[in-house]
Design a protein around this ligand. Structure first.
Ligand SMILES: NC(=O)c1ccc[n+]([C@@H]2O[C@H](COP(=O)([O-])OP(=O)(O)OC[C@H]3O[C@@H](n4cnc5c(N)ncnc54)[C@H](OP(=O)(O)O)[C@@H]3O)[C@@H](O)[C@H]2O)c1
Length: 333
């Protein structure tokens, strides 16, 4: 690590999210984007010009630049494993966009390489770091609605043209579960602090053969049940409701909203109290996850406590099991 305590980033993949992250990195002090890599030299140069980035590379050049501390893997899901492996094998810390990998087997290999080489590795589920989400988590864990017994979440939208190609293509490991379902799946695990022990799921396939609407039912070790519906081509209500023994919490605009409502019934059918909670998130929600990566690396931590690798692997296992229930195998698997 350099002695100026600046974390020097490189981005692999000059697409949508790489561009967004380049902007966010300028907003967090002591983090600097110094290189971008793309399979296309033209795209890399354009990206570098747009974001005023010094170096534009191919993938082998970026991992061989000794000035880079951390690589952000911002490619489509099918490439995450090989891109992250290349970076780790060249001694770089790595942040990988969600979904971490295509399956749990790949996730385990990456975690092992990172651990053996004492490198930081994390899945970029940025919403776990939002202040509003962390306030919600503390309310649930502090028993504001008693024992949490049931969670219902809908998370669906019509994806825009920039994202459509990736989401619909089996060769890019598209489909709603790896792309969007991962958010509510990862979020219920985070909020409850546990991973489901029983799952049942169903999907509807698109014409091109990826899951376009998927429903998941979970039972957690605590006994809490969850139902999650997700889609990339339906506008859903996009809300979460948490039902407990003493009340329920409504969270509209799940999961990046800033407001939720706690309804207390104290075990009766009458609402006795309604409390509105508001917690402001920064307009650029990515900054919190950048701060987390910075703090972990500067403090010599190889994993984030907020999203540890074993939890990422456990969630990849869940998604593997659900895909197995549907007989859904990617063409390259
Ligand atoms: N956190 C969030 O809010 C958020 C939002 C959207 C997406 N994501 C995640 O970010 C990652 C990338 O998504 P994105 O929307 O940025 O993807 P994208 O713009 O479609 O593609 C990103 C990069 O992947 C490579 N790629 C894309 N299509 C390819 C193809 N047909 N053949 C070969 N390479 C291809 C390209 O890399 P090169 O530049 O090297 O050619 C491209 O620049 C995914 O993991 C996605 O789930 C996260």
């Amino acid at each position: 690590m350099n002695d100026r305590k600046v974390l020097r980033w490189g981005i692999m993949g000059a697409g949508n999210i790489g561009n967004r992250m380049a902007g966010s990195l300028t907003a967090v002090p002591n983090n600097k984007l110094i290189a971008v890599a793309s399979k296309s030299a033209v795209k890399a140069k354009e990206f570098a010009d747009r974001h005023n980035v010094k170096n534009f590379y191919n993938y082998h050049e970026i991992v061989n630049d000794p000035d880079i501390d951390i690589i952000y893997v911002a490619t489509t899901h099918n490439f995450h494993f090989e891109n992250a492996k290349l970076a780790l094998e060249h001694g770089k810390h790595v942040l990988i966009e969600k979904a971490f990998t295509v399956n749990a087997r790949e996730a385990r290999v990456l975690a092992n390489i990172a651990r053996e080489n004492k490198l930081f590795l994390m899945e970029a589920i940025w919403t776990r770091f939002l202040p509003s989400i962390n306030l919600l988590k503390s309310k649930l864990l502090n028993g504001e609605i008693g024992i949490v017994k049931q969670i219902n979440i809908s998370y669906g939208k019509f994806v825009g043209p920039d994202y459509e190609k990736r989401l619909k293509d089996p060769a890019l490991a598209g489909g709603v579960t790896l792309d969007m379902g991962i958010y509510p799946i990862s979020m219920v695990c985070y909020l409850l602090g546990e991973i489901p022990i029983n799952i049942k799921s169903m999907t509807r396939f698109s014409d091109l053969g990826v899951d376009e609407i998927s429903n998941y039912m979970f039972r957690f070790p605590s006994g809490c049940l969850a139902i999650i519906c997700t889609s990339y081509n339906l506008e859903m209500k996009n809300e979460a409701v948490f039902y407990g023994s003493k009340g329920f919490i409504e969270f509209p605009q799940f999961q990046k909203g800033e407001r939720f409502v706690i309804n207390i019934h104290d075990g009766t059918n009458d609402i006795k109290d309604t409390i509105e909670v508001f917690e402001k998130n920064h307009i650029d929600g990515f900054i919190y996850q950048i701060e987390e990566v910075y703090n972990c690396i500067m403090n010599g931590k190889l994993e984030s406590d907020t999203i540890p690798l074993n939890e990422t692997i456990g969630i990849m296992d869940l998604m593997d099991k659900m895909r197995a229930e549907w007989g859904f195998v990617y063409p390259f698997e």
